[in-house]
Design a protein around this ligand. Structure first.
Ligand SMILES: Cc1cc2nc3c(=O)[nH]c(=O)nc-3n(C[C@H](O)[C@H](O)[C@H](O)COP(=O)(O)OP(=O)(O)OC[C@H]3O[C@@H](n4cnc5c(N)ncnc54)[C@H](O)[C@@H]3O)c2cc1C
Length: 392
Protein backbone atom coordinates (compact mmCIF):
# COMPACT_ATOMS: atom_id res chain seq x y z
CA UNK A 1 0.00 0.00 0.00
CA UNK A 2 1.12 3.57 -0.71
CA UNK A 3 2.49 5.63 2.21
CA UNK A 4 -0.25 7.36 4.21
CA UNK A 5 -0.08 11.02 3.09
CA UNK A 6 -3.54 11.89 4.42
CA UNK A 7 -4.36 15.57 4.95
CA UNK A 8 -7.77 16.22 6.47
CA UNK A 9 -10.03 18.61 4.58
CA UNK A 10 -11.59 21.41 6.66
CA UNK A 11 -13.20 23.67 4.09
CA UNK A 12 -15.31 25.70 6.52
CA UNK A 13 -12.66 26.03 9.27
CA UNK A 14 -14.68 23.76 11.51
CA UNK A 15 -11.56 23.33 13.64
CA UNK A 16 -12.27 26.85 14.95
CA UNK A 17 -15.45 25.47 16.54
CA UNK A 18 -13.58 22.71 18.41
CA UNK A 19 -11.92 23.11 21.79
CA UNK A 20 -8.18 22.60 22.27
CA UNK A 21 -9.01 19.32 24.02
CA UNK A 22 -11.08 18.12 21.04
CA UNK A 23 -8.18 18.86 18.69
CA UNK A 24 -5.62 17.16 20.93
CA UNK A 25 -7.74 14.01 21.18
CA UNK A 26 -8.47 14.03 17.44
CA UNK A 27 -4.82 14.57 16.52
CA UNK A 28 -3.64 11.78 18.84
CA UNK A 29 -6.09 9.38 17.17
CA UNK A 30 -5.03 10.63 13.72
CA UNK A 31 -1.34 10.05 14.44
CA UNK A 32 -2.03 6.61 15.85
CA UNK A 33 -3.97 5.61 12.73
CA UNK A 34 -1.13 6.82 10.50
CA UNK A 35 1.49 4.99 12.54
CA UNK A 36 -0.24 1.77 13.60
CA UNK A 37 -3.23 1.16 11.34
CA UNK A 38 -2.38 2.37 7.83
CA UNK A 39 0.77 0.20 7.43
CA UNK A 40 -1.02 -3.06 8.28
CA UNK A 41 -4.66 -2.61 7.37
CA UNK A 42 -4.57 -3.50 3.69
CA UNK A 43 -2.92 -6.85 4.37
CA UNK A 44 -5.34 -7.56 7.22
CA UNK A 45 -8.28 -6.84 4.91
CA UNK A 46 -6.83 -8.92 2.07
CA UNK A 47 -6.30 -11.83 4.49
CA UNK A 48 -9.70 -11.26 6.15
CA UNK A 49 -8.15 -11.10 9.62
CA UNK A 50 -8.90 -8.68 12.41
CA UNK A 51 -5.49 -7.29 13.47
CA UNK A 52 -5.59 -8.00 17.21
CA UNK A 53 -2.24 -6.25 17.65
CA UNK A 54 -4.03 -2.88 17.50
CA UNK A 55 -6.25 -3.53 20.56
CA UNK A 56 -3.88 -1.87 23.09
CA UNK A 57 -3.53 1.15 20.80
CA UNK A 58 -7.30 1.51 20.51
CA UNK A 59 -7.51 1.48 24.31
CA UNK A 60 -4.71 4.06 24.56
CA UNK A 61 -6.40 6.62 22.29
CA UNK A 62 -9.59 6.28 24.35
CA UNK A 63 -11.57 4.41 21.71
CA UNK A 64 -13.02 1.93 24.22
CA UNK A 65 -15.62 3.85 26.20
CA UNK A 66 -14.65 7.44 25.30
CA UNK A 67 -17.63 8.85 27.21
CA UNK A 68 -17.73 6.24 30.00
CA UNK A 69 -16.76 7.85 33.34
CA UNK A 70 -13.13 7.53 34.40
CA UNK A 71 -14.12 5.72 37.61
CA UNK A 72 -14.99 2.72 35.42
CA UNK A 73 -11.86 2.99 33.29
CA UNK A 74 -13.45 5.05 30.49
CA UNK A 75 -11.95 8.25 29.10
CA UNK A 76 -14.72 10.50 30.51
CA UNK A 77 -14.85 12.60 27.33
CA UNK A 78 -17.73 14.49 25.73
CA UNK A 79 -19.72 13.34 22.74
CA UNK A 80 -17.82 15.46 20.21
CA UNK A 81 -14.53 13.87 21.30
CA UNK A 82 -16.18 10.46 20.93
CA UNK A 83 -17.25 11.40 17.40
CA UNK A 84 -13.84 12.71 16.43
CA UNK A 85 -12.14 9.52 17.63
CA UNK A 86 -14.57 7.43 15.53
CA UNK A 87 -13.92 9.69 12.51
CA UNK A 88 -10.17 9.16 12.75
CA UNK A 89 -10.41 5.41 13.26
CA UNK A 90 -12.75 4.98 10.30
CA UNK A 91 -10.41 7.11 8.21
CA UNK A 92 -8.14 4.11 8.69
CA UNK A 93 -10.79 1.41 8.27
CA UNK A 94 -14.51 0.94 8.99
CA UNK A 95 -13.81 -2.55 10.35
CA UNK A 96 -11.51 -1.18 13.03
CA UNK A 97 -14.09 1.48 13.87
CA UNK A 98 -16.73 -1.25 14.08
CA UNK A 99 -14.69 -3.06 16.71
CA UNK A 100 -14.40 0.13 18.75
CA UNK A 101 -18.09 1.02 18.29
CA UNK A 102 -19.25 -2.39 19.43
CA UNK A 103 -16.97 -2.35 22.46
CA UNK A 104 -18.00 1.19 23.49
CA UNK A 105 -21.60 1.70 22.53
CA UNK A 106 -22.98 -1.80 22.35
CA UNK A 107 -21.17 -3.52 25.23
CA UNK A 108 -19.85 -0.90 27.67
CA UNK A 109 -22.83 1.46 27.24
CA UNK A 110 -25.53 -1.08 28.24
CA UNK A 111 -23.45 -2.34 31.16
CA UNK A 112 -22.94 1.26 32.32
CA UNK A 113 -26.54 2.41 31.74
CA UNK A 114 -28.57 -0.73 32.42
CA UNK A 115 -26.23 -2.67 34.71
CA UNK A 116 -25.74 -2.51 38.48
CA UNK A 117 -22.62 -1.35 40.31
CA UNK A 118 -21.15 -4.87 40.62
CA UNK A 119 -21.50 -5.43 36.88
CA UNK A 120 -19.98 -2.02 36.10
CA UNK A 121 -17.00 -2.69 38.35
CA UNK A 122 -16.49 -6.22 37.09
CA UNK A 123 -16.65 -5.57 33.34
CA UNK A 124 -16.06 -1.93 32.42
CA UNK A 125 -12.40 -1.47 33.44
CA UNK A 126 -11.36 -4.65 31.61
CA UNK A 127 -13.33 -3.64 28.51
CA UNK A 128 -11.86 -0.12 28.59
CA UNK A 129 -8.31 -1.48 28.67
CA UNK A 130 -9.00 -4.01 25.94
CA UNK A 131 -8.13 -6.90 28.25
CA UNK A 132 -11.63 -8.19 27.49
CA UNK A 133 -13.36 -7.71 24.17
CA UNK A 134 -17.14 -7.69 23.80
CA UNK A 135 -19.84 -8.38 21.25
CA UNK A 136 -23.52 -7.43 21.00
CA UNK A 137 -26.10 -9.99 20.00
CA UNK A 138 -29.34 -8.56 18.67
CA UNK A 139 -29.73 -9.71 15.04
CA UNK A 140 -31.01 -13.24 14.41
CA UNK A 141 -31.19 -15.30 11.22
CA UNK A 142 -34.91 -14.46 10.81
CA UNK A 143 -35.01 -11.09 12.58
CA UNK A 144 -32.80 -8.26 11.32
CA UNK A 145 -34.66 -4.99 10.72
CA UNK A 146 -37.39 -6.29 13.03
CA UNK A 147 -35.45 -7.33 16.16
CA UNK A 148 -38.61 -7.26 18.29
CA UNK A 149 -39.56 -10.57 16.67
CA UNK A 150 -36.50 -12.33 18.15
CA UNK A 151 -36.86 -15.94 19.28
CA UNK A 152 -33.75 -16.23 21.48
CA UNK A 153 -35.14 -16.80 24.96
CA UNK A 154 -34.30 -17.61 28.56
CA UNK A 155 -36.16 -19.46 31.27
CA UNK A 156 -35.93 -18.95 35.02
CA UNK A 157 -34.54 -22.15 36.52
CA UNK A 158 -34.39 -20.97 40.13
CA UNK A 159 -30.68 -20.36 40.70
CA UNK A 160 -29.84 -19.56 37.03
CA UNK A 161 -31.36 -18.70 33.64
CA UNK A 162 -31.33 -21.20 30.76
CA UNK A 163 -30.56 -19.45 27.47
CA UNK A 164 -31.37 -20.84 24.01
CA UNK A 165 -31.21 -19.35 20.53
CA UNK A 166 -28.82 -17.97 17.93
CA UNK A 167 -27.60 -14.57 16.80
CA UNK A 168 -25.94 -13.90 13.47
CA UNK A 169 -23.87 -11.15 11.82
CA UNK A 170 -22.23 -10.36 15.13
CA UNK A 171 -19.12 -8.17 15.02
CA UNK A 172 -16.25 -9.33 17.27
CA UNK A 173 -18.08 -12.60 18.02
CA UNK A 174 -15.23 -14.99 17.08
CA UNK A 175 -12.86 -13.54 19.70
CA UNK A 176 -15.17 -11.90 22.24
CA UNK A 177 -14.71 -12.62 25.93
CA UNK A 178 -18.18 -11.38 26.82
CA UNK A 179 -21.37 -10.87 24.83
CA UNK A 180 -24.32 -8.62 25.70
CA UNK A 181 -27.18 -10.74 24.41
CA UNK A 182 -30.81 -9.69 23.97
CA UNK A 183 -33.36 -12.42 24.67
CA UNK A 184 -37.00 -12.81 25.71
CA UNK A 185 -38.09 -14.11 29.10
CA UNK A 186 -41.08 -16.40 29.59
CA UNK A 187 -43.45 -13.41 29.38
CA UNK A 188 -41.93 -12.34 26.05
CA UNK A 189 -40.14 -9.29 27.53
CA UNK A 190 -36.69 -8.46 26.10
CA UNK A 191 -33.77 -8.34 28.56
CA UNK A 192 -30.00 -8.02 28.23
CA UNK A 193 -27.81 -10.83 29.57
CA UNK A 194 -24.02 -10.87 29.87
CA UNK A 195 -22.76 -14.17 28.51
CA UNK A 196 -19.11 -15.08 29.06
CA UNK A 197 -16.85 -17.21 26.89
CA UNK A 198 -16.41 -20.59 28.52
CA UNK A 199 -20.04 -20.97 29.60
CA UNK A 200 -21.11 -24.44 28.54
CA UNK A 201 -23.24 -24.49 25.38
CA UNK A 202 -22.02 -21.08 24.15
CA UNK A 203 -20.18 -21.09 20.80
CA UNK A 204 -19.11 -18.35 18.37
CA UNK A 205 -18.44 -19.69 14.85
CA UNK A 206 -16.88 -17.20 12.43
CA UNK A 207 -18.68 -16.04 9.27
CA UNK A 208 -16.41 -16.32 6.22
CA UNK A 209 -16.51 -15.10 2.60
CA UNK A 210 -17.32 -11.46 3.34
CA UNK A 211 -16.40 -8.91 0.65
CA UNK A 212 -16.87 -6.13 3.19
CA UNK A 213 -15.42 -5.28 6.63
CA UNK A 214 -12.80 -7.92 5.98
CA UNK A 215 -10.53 -6.60 8.72
CA UNK A 216 -13.36 -7.04 11.26
CA UNK A 217 -14.24 -10.49 12.57
CA UNK A 218 -17.94 -11.35 12.21
CA UNK A 219 -19.70 -14.46 13.41
CA UNK A 220 -22.59 -16.11 15.19
CA UNK A 221 -23.47 -16.46 18.84
CA UNK A 222 -25.08 -19.84 19.52
CA UNK A 223 -26.71 -20.74 22.84
CA UNK A 224 -27.65 -24.31 23.56
CA UNK A 225 -28.99 -24.64 27.11
CA UNK A 226 -26.48 -22.10 28.40
CA UNK A 227 -26.72 -21.67 32.18
CA UNK A 228 -26.38 -17.94 32.78
CA UNK A 229 -25.93 -16.85 36.42
CA UNK A 230 -28.78 -14.64 37.60
CA UNK A 231 -26.38 -11.83 38.46
CA UNK A 232 -25.59 -11.54 34.70
CA UNK A 233 -29.00 -10.07 33.82
CA UNK A 234 -28.89 -6.28 33.22
CA UNK A 235 -31.43 -5.13 35.81
CA UNK A 236 -32.10 -1.48 35.03
CA UNK A 237 -33.84 -1.52 31.65
CA UNK A 238 -35.86 -4.03 29.63
CA UNK A 239 -37.99 -4.02 26.47
CA UNK A 240 -36.90 -3.21 22.91
CA UNK A 241 -36.00 0.34 24.01
CA UNK A 242 -32.96 -1.08 25.84
CA UNK A 243 -31.06 -2.38 22.77
CA UNK A 244 -32.34 0.56 20.72
CA UNK A 245 -30.76 2.95 23.27
CA UNK A 246 -27.39 1.29 22.61
CA UNK A 247 -27.96 1.60 18.86
CA UNK A 248 -28.54 5.35 19.21
CA UNK A 249 -25.09 5.72 20.70
CA UNK A 250 -23.47 3.50 18.07
CA UNK A 251 -25.30 5.15 15.16
CA UNK A 252 -24.10 8.53 16.36
CA UNK A 253 -20.52 7.20 16.24
CA UNK A 254 -21.11 5.85 12.73
CA UNK A 255 -22.36 9.24 11.52
CA UNK A 256 -18.98 10.69 12.51
CA UNK A 257 -16.95 7.65 11.54
CA UNK A 258 -17.98 7.58 7.89
CA UNK A 259 -16.84 11.19 7.49
CA UNK A 260 -13.36 9.76 8.06
CA UNK A 261 -13.77 7.20 5.28
CA UNK A 262 -15.13 9.92 2.96
CA UNK A 263 -12.26 12.29 3.80
CA UNK A 264 -9.72 9.59 3.03
CA UNK A 265 -11.32 8.85 -0.36
CA UNK A 266 -11.55 12.55 -1.23
CA UNK A 267 -7.99 13.29 -0.15
CA UNK A 268 -6.66 10.34 -2.15
CA UNK A 269 -8.62 11.29 -5.27
CA UNK A 270 -7.60 14.96 -4.99
CA UNK A 271 -3.91 14.09 -4.76
CA UNK A 272 -4.18 11.58 -7.60
CA UNK A 273 -6.00 14.10 -9.80
CA UNK A 274 -3.03 16.48 -9.59
CA UNK A 275 -0.45 13.80 -10.32
CA UNK A 276 -2.08 11.67 -13.01
CA UNK A 277 -1.47 13.06 -16.50
CA UNK A 278 -3.73 12.16 -19.42
CA UNK A 279 -4.03 14.04 -22.72
CA UNK A 280 -1.05 16.11 -21.56
CA UNK A 281 -2.81 17.51 -18.47
CA UNK A 282 -3.40 16.48 -14.86
CA UNK A 283 -6.83 14.81 -14.83
CA UNK A 284 -7.83 17.33 -12.11
CA UNK A 285 -7.89 19.97 -14.82
CA UNK A 286 -10.81 18.31 -16.59
CA UNK A 287 -14.20 19.70 -15.64
CA UNK A 288 -15.75 16.25 -15.15
CA UNK A 289 -13.17 15.40 -12.49
CA UNK A 290 -13.49 18.82 -10.84
CA UNK A 291 -17.25 18.30 -10.60
CA UNK A 292 -16.65 15.10 -8.64
CA UNK A 293 -14.15 16.75 -6.29
CA UNK A 294 -16.28 19.87 -5.79
CA UNK A 295 -19.31 17.77 -4.91
CA UNK A 296 -17.26 15.59 -2.58
CA UNK A 297 -15.91 18.48 -0.52
CA UNK A 298 -19.36 20.08 -0.41
CA UNK A 299 -20.95 16.91 0.94
CA UNK A 300 -18.12 16.28 3.42
CA UNK A 301 -18.47 19.83 4.76
CA UNK A 302 -22.24 19.43 5.18
CA UNK A 303 -21.74 16.11 6.98
CA UNK A 304 -19.13 17.64 9.29
CA UNK A 305 -21.52 20.43 10.28
CA UNK A 306 -24.39 17.99 10.77
CA UNK A 307 -22.30 15.91 13.15
CA UNK A 308 -20.95 18.87 15.05
CA UNK A 309 -24.47 20.14 15.76
CA UNK A 310 -25.65 16.64 16.64
CA UNK A 311 -22.71 16.35 19.01
CA UNK A 312 -23.72 19.58 20.72
CA UNK A 313 -27.26 18.23 21.12
CA UNK A 314 -25.87 14.93 22.48
CA UNK A 315 -23.72 16.81 24.96
CA UNK A 316 -26.86 18.56 26.20
CA UNK A 317 -28.82 15.25 26.25
CA UNK A 318 -31.19 16.72 23.69
CA UNK A 319 -30.47 14.61 20.58
CA UNK A 320 -33.46 12.50 19.56
CA UNK A 321 -33.24 9.00 18.08
CA UNK A 322 -34.74 10.37 14.87
CA UNK A 323 -32.08 13.08 14.62
CA UNK A 324 -29.39 10.42 15.03
CA UNK A 325 -31.07 8.27 12.36
CA UNK A 326 -31.00 11.17 9.92
CA UNK A 327 -27.27 11.73 10.44
CA UNK A 328 -26.43 8.02 10.16
CA UNK A 329 -28.41 7.67 6.94
CA UNK A 330 -27.21 10.88 5.33
CA UNK A 331 -23.55 10.48 6.18
CA UNK A 332 -23.20 6.81 5.22
CA UNK A 333 -24.87 7.51 1.88
CA UNK A 334 -22.59 10.51 1.40
CA UNK A 335 -19.48 8.44 2.14
CA UNK A 336 -20.56 5.58 -0.12
CA UNK A 337 -21.18 7.95 -3.05
CA UNK A 338 -17.84 9.66 -2.50
CA UNK A 339 -16.05 6.30 -2.35
CA UNK A 340 -17.66 5.24 -5.65
CA UNK A 341 -16.74 8.52 -7.41
CA UNK A 342 -13.24 8.56 -5.94
CA UNK A 343 -12.70 4.98 -7.09
CA UNK A 344 -13.59 5.97 -10.63
CA UNK A 345 -11.23 8.93 -10.53
CA UNK A 346 -8.31 6.59 -9.99
CA UNK A 347 -9.22 4.57 -13.08
CA UNK A 348 -7.69 1.08 -12.97
CA UNK A 349 -5.66 1.99 -9.90
CA UNK A 350 -8.94 2.55 -8.09
CA UNK A 351 -9.54 -1.16 -7.75
CA UNK A 352 -6.05 -1.85 -6.41
CA UNK A 353 -5.09 -2.40 -2.80
CA UNK A 354 -2.31 0.12 -3.40
CA UNK A 355 -4.94 2.69 -2.47
CA UNK A 356 -7.53 2.59 0.30
CA UNK A 357 -10.59 3.62 -1.72
CA UNK A 358 -11.93 0.24 -2.84
CA UNK A 359 -11.55 -1.10 0.71
CA UNK A 360 -13.52 1.87 2.06
CA UNK A 361 -16.16 1.39 -0.62
CA UNK A 362 -16.66 -2.28 0.19
CA UNK A 363 -16.66 -1.58 3.93
CA UNK A 364 -19.34 1.06 3.57
CA UNK A 365 -21.65 -1.51 1.98
CA UNK A 366 -21.88 -3.08 5.45
CA UNK A 367 -22.09 0.25 7.24
CA UNK A 368 -25.08 1.26 5.10
CA UNK A 369 -26.81 -1.96 6.22
CA UNK A 370 -25.93 -2.47 9.87
CA UNK A 371 -27.32 -0.51 12.79
CA UNK A 372 -30.48 0.04 10.78
CA UNK A 373 -30.49 -0.06 7.00
CA UNK A 374 -30.68 3.02 4.76
CA UNK A 375 -34.38 2.28 4.15
CA UNK A 376 -35.19 1.77 7.82
CA UNK A 377 -33.66 5.13 8.78
CA UNK A 378 -35.71 6.80 6.07
CA UNK A 379 -38.84 5.28 7.62
CA UNK A 380 -37.77 6.54 11.05
CA UNK A 381 -37.49 10.09 9.66
CA UNK A 382 -40.79 9.62 7.84
CA UNK A 383 -42.49 8.53 11.06
CA UNK A 384 -40.95 11.43 12.95
CA UNK A 385 -42.14 14.12 10.55
CA UNK A 386 -45.59 12.68 9.73
CA UNK A 387 -46.49 10.91 12.95
CA UNK A 388 -47.61 8.02 10.73
CA UNK A 389 -45.99 4.62 11.23
CA UNK A 390 -44.97 2.87 7.99
CA UNK A 391 -43.63 -0.14 9.90
CA UNK A 392 -47.11 -1.38 10.87
C1 LIG B 1 -20.71 -6.92 8.72
C2 LIG B 1 -21.91 -6.84 9.60
C3 LIG B 1 -21.75 -6.70 10.98
C4 LIG B 1 -22.87 -6.67 11.82
N1 LIG B 1 -22.70 -6.59 13.18
C5 LIG B 1 -23.78 -6.76 14.01
C6 LIG B 1 -23.61 -6.85 15.44
O1 LIG B 1 -22.49 -6.71 15.94
N2 LIG B 1 -24.69 -7.12 16.21
C7 LIG B 1 -25.95 -7.27 15.68
O2 LIG B 1 -26.89 -7.53 16.44
N3 LIG B 1 -26.15 -7.18 14.32
C8 LIG B 1 -25.10 -6.92 13.50
N4 LIG B 1 -25.28 -6.86 12.11
C9 LIG B 1 -26.62 -7.10 11.58
C10 LIG B 1 -27.27 -5.88 10.95
O3 LIG B 1 -27.64 -4.97 11.93
C11 LIG B 1 -28.44 -6.37 10.08
O4 LIG B 1 -27.87 -6.98 8.94
C12 LIG B 1 -29.37 -5.25 9.68
O5 LIG B 1 -30.10 -4.79 10.80
C13 LIG B 1 -30.36 -5.67 8.59
O6 LIG B 1 -30.98 -6.86 8.91
P1 LIG B 1 -31.02 -8.06 7.80
O7 LIG B 1 -29.64 -8.26 7.30
O8 LIG B 1 -31.71 -9.20 8.43
O9 LIG B 1 -31.88 -7.46 6.63
P2 LIG B 1 -33.48 -7.47 6.52
O10 LIG B 1 -34.09 -6.93 7.76
O11 LIG B 1 -33.92 -8.82 6.05
O12 LIG B 1 -33.72 -6.41 5.36
C14 LIG B 1 -33.59 -6.74 3.96
C15 LIG B 1 -34.04 -5.52 3.15
O13 LIG B 1 -35.42 -5.25 3.43
C16 LIG B 1 -35.57 -3.89 3.82
N5 LIG B 1 -36.68 -3.78 4.79
C17 LIG B 1 -36.84 -4.47 5.95
N6 LIG B 1 -37.94 -4.06 6.58
C18 LIG B 1 -38.50 -3.09 5.81
C19 LIG B 1 -39.66 -2.25 5.93
N7 LIG B 1 -40.47 -2.31 6.99
N8 LIG B 1 -39.91 -1.38 4.93
C20 LIG B 1 -39.08 -1.27 3.87
N9 LIG B 1 -37.98 -2.01 3.70
C21 LIG B 1 -37.70 -2.92 4.67
C22 LIG B 1 -34.23 -3.50 4.42
O14 LIG B 1 -34.03 -2.09 4.36
C23 LIG B 1 -33.26 -4.25 3.53
O15 LIG B 1 -33.01 -3.50 2.37
C24 LIG B 1 -24.17 -6.79 11.27
C25 LIG B 1 -24.32 -6.89 9.87
C26 LIG B 1 -23.21 -6.91 9.04
C27 LIG B 1 -23.41 -7.03 7.56
Amino acid sequence: MKPDLFEAPDYYNIDDLLTEEHKLIRDAARSWVKRDVSPIIEEAAQEAKFPKSIIPGLAEIGAFGPYIPEQYGGAGLDQISYGLIMQEIERGDSGVRSTASVQSSLVMYPIWKYGNEEQRNKYLPKLASGEWMGSFGLTEPDHGSNPGGMVTNFKDKGDHYLLNGAKMWISNSPFCDVAVVWAKNEEGRIHGLIVERGMEGFTTPETHNKWSLRASATGELIFQDVKVPKENLLPNKSGLGAPLGCLDSARYGIAWGVIGAAMDCYDTALRYSKERIQFGKPIGQFQLQQKKLAEMITEITKAQLLCLRLGQLKNENKATSAQISMAKRNNVDMALKIARDARQMLGGMGISGEYSIMRHMMNLESVVTYEGTHDIHLLITGLDVTGLNAFK
